[in-house]
Write a protein that binds this ligand. Structure first.
Ligand code: GLN
Length: 532
């Protein structure tokens, strides 16, 4: 088993997750079996209780893990399903060590960070890698070298190299090489300092990847090589690109794949990124543009709905069009600015929690339904489409979800029965992949081409069964349900170009090489009903 450990220096937000995923793709393209682990040095057990507006999207795995968004990049680039075991946090490791201590596993000993915590980290890494039966396991350490929280993890991977041997564990350090605008000169000092910091933790990088605006100049490369003690041929440029899917191509063109194989003493087949390249080129060449309005609260942070953005891009690549995604602040619609939606070819209401902005989202759904604009509602968006229909078609005044209004006279969306006793917030939603039965002859059936699908979930509320007959007799169709028929999973409107909602999150399983059929159908309809 070989390990490639990726660390980051200088600043956070360098796109280390995408680099790690790209390395995985490059190795995969040479016929190697690859998997990836993300280490998040925070104390949370998982990302499920974090605020996505601060931390970015909470990605959901098949097995119900609520994890860091980088895992989404790994899945999308490797075209592979990972499990929650692939995301290691300080919280999980300490939890495990403390439980072992209470059981008496360390009887007579003083329990310490070295060796007990570091052993627990190494065991977990080895266990995951072994269970996947791969040639190479990538391990990305989140945060920036020098963070106190990351120290035990750096120490653990240092030991891993000692134990497994230098040909079996290599270190790749991702740093920033800024250029000063005035003279345009590339500055290597931050990289030098961060490598120095890494060395203090006992780790010498084998390769250095420098995030930069332009490819590294000869001079910058020479300096980094000299001061950081790595050969010039081991310093790579991670140049800013427009489309993240270009990154594996850009790094591979510099010979990164060969270099990694050489350091690990591995032989791969010749690189085959042709299908990947074809898709990336198709996006580049696309001319026709589709404009999609995403309606949400606090719309500023693009990372909050990362997987939806990516899923739209995958569908656009498949159809050979460009997608222009614009955020519309739901509260502005509440203030009467509905015409904000006029320029768009489609409306998308994504998942969410809490009251803020819900009335604006409901207005956008009404707009799309009445004006026959293609509409896609995901999770909360699905639930609010039911609320909108109940209020404006069934005339159930003040119908709502009990999440938003616990005293609504018409709780068309209500807590799942098994949620009623739940008190703890962490890991207690209805999570992960569940089967969905699709009714024949429906739009959903045409989209999926199947009567049985599996999609990922993350919710506490659902359509209240006592309202289903009334809703359906008024024309809204629930075309997908849980296999026992109790839970409504997909809704659609027959006499509309495209009006579809899903209780699940199709965005989590969309890949460049295998776009989600829901997003393809949505964009296809936007294209057909394009205004100009
Ligand atoms: N807040 C809703 C629920 O808990 C929707 C969740 C979501 O959109 N992920 O059911």
């Amino acid at each position: 088993m070989k390990f490639v450990v990726v660390t980051g220096g200088v600043i956070s937000g360098l796109g280390k997750g995408i680099v790690t995923a790209s390395i995985g793709k490059i190795l995969q393209s040479r016929g190697l079996r690859v998997t990836a682990i993300k280490i998040d040095p925070y104390l949370n057990v998982d990302a499920g209780t974090m605020n996505p507006f601060e931390h970015g999207e909470i990605f959901v795995t098949d097995d119900g893990g609520e994890i860091d968004q980088d895992m989404g990049h790994y899945e999308r680039f490797l075209n592979q399903n990972l499990t929650k075991e692939h995301n290691i946090t300080t919280g999980q490791i300490y939890w495990e060590v403390i439980q072992a201590e209470r059981r008496g596993d360390y009887l007579g000993k003083t329990v310490q960070i070295i060796p007990h915590v570091t052993d627990a980290i190494k065991n977990r890494i080895r266990r995951v890698a072994k269970a996947c039966d791969v040639d190479v396991c990538l391990v990305e350490i989140g945060g920036t070298v020098g963070d106190i929280e990351a120290m035990p993890f750096l120490e653990a991977v240092r030991q891993l190299r000692l134990e497994e041997g230098p040909n079996n564990v290599i270190f790749i350090h991702v740093t920033l090489v800024p250029s000063l605008d005035v003279v345009g000169e590339q500055k290597t000092k931050p990289t030098q300092h961060s490598v120095k910091e890494l060395r203090e933790a006992g780790i010498t990088p084998d390769l250095i990847l420098c995030r930069c605006k332009q490819p590294l100049t000869e001079e910058a490369r020479r300096k980094i090589s000299l001061f950081c003690n790595v050969p010039e041929g081991s310093v790579f440029s991670d140049v800013d690109v427009e489309n993240i899917y270009e990154i594996p191509l850009m790094l591979d063109a510099q010979g990164l794949g060969e270099k990694i194989l050489e350091r690990l003493g591995l032989r791969g087949s010749s690189s085959d990124l042709s299908e990947w390249r074809r898709l990336v080129e198709k996006v580049k060449k696309a001319r026709r543009k589709i404009r999609v309005a995403m309606v949400g609260k606090y719309v500023r942070i693009a990372d909050t709905y990362l997987s939806i953005n990516e899923a739209l891009k995958h569908a656009a690549a498949f159809l050979g069009v460009r997608v222009d995604i614009r955020w519309i602040e739901a509260e502005r619609l509440e203030a009467g600015e509905l015409s904000l939606l006029d320029p768009f070819d489609g409306v998308l209401v994504p998942g969410g929690f809490g009251r803020r902005g819900t009335e604006g989202k409901i207005l956008s759904i009404k707009y799309a339904r009445r004006r026959k604009v293609p509409f896609l509602g995901l999770c909360f968006g699905f639930q609010l489409a039911v609320v909108e229909f109940a209020r404006n078609v069934l005339k159930l005044k003040n119908a709502n979800s009990t999440e938003i209004d616990p005293n609504t006279p018409h709780p068309v969306i209500d807590l799942l029965p098994e949620q009623k006793q739940v008190r703890e917030k962490g890991g207690t939603m209805r999570l992960g992949a569940h089967e969905i039965v699709i009714k024949k002859g429906t739009i959903a059936h045409r989209i999926y081409g199947s009567e049985l699908i599996r999609e990922r979930h993350r919710h506490r509320y659902e359509v209240n069964p006592s309202y289903i007959p009334r809703i359906e007799s008024a024309g809204l169709k629930f075309s997908g349900t849980s296999p026992d028929g109790r839970r409504m999973e997909i809704l659609e409107l027959p006499n509309h170009p495209f009006f579809l909602g899903t209780q699940f999150h199709p965005e989590f399983t969309s890949r460049l090489e295998k776009p989600s059929p829901v997003f393809v159908a949505f964009l296809q309809s936007c294209l057909e009903h394009k205004k100009s």
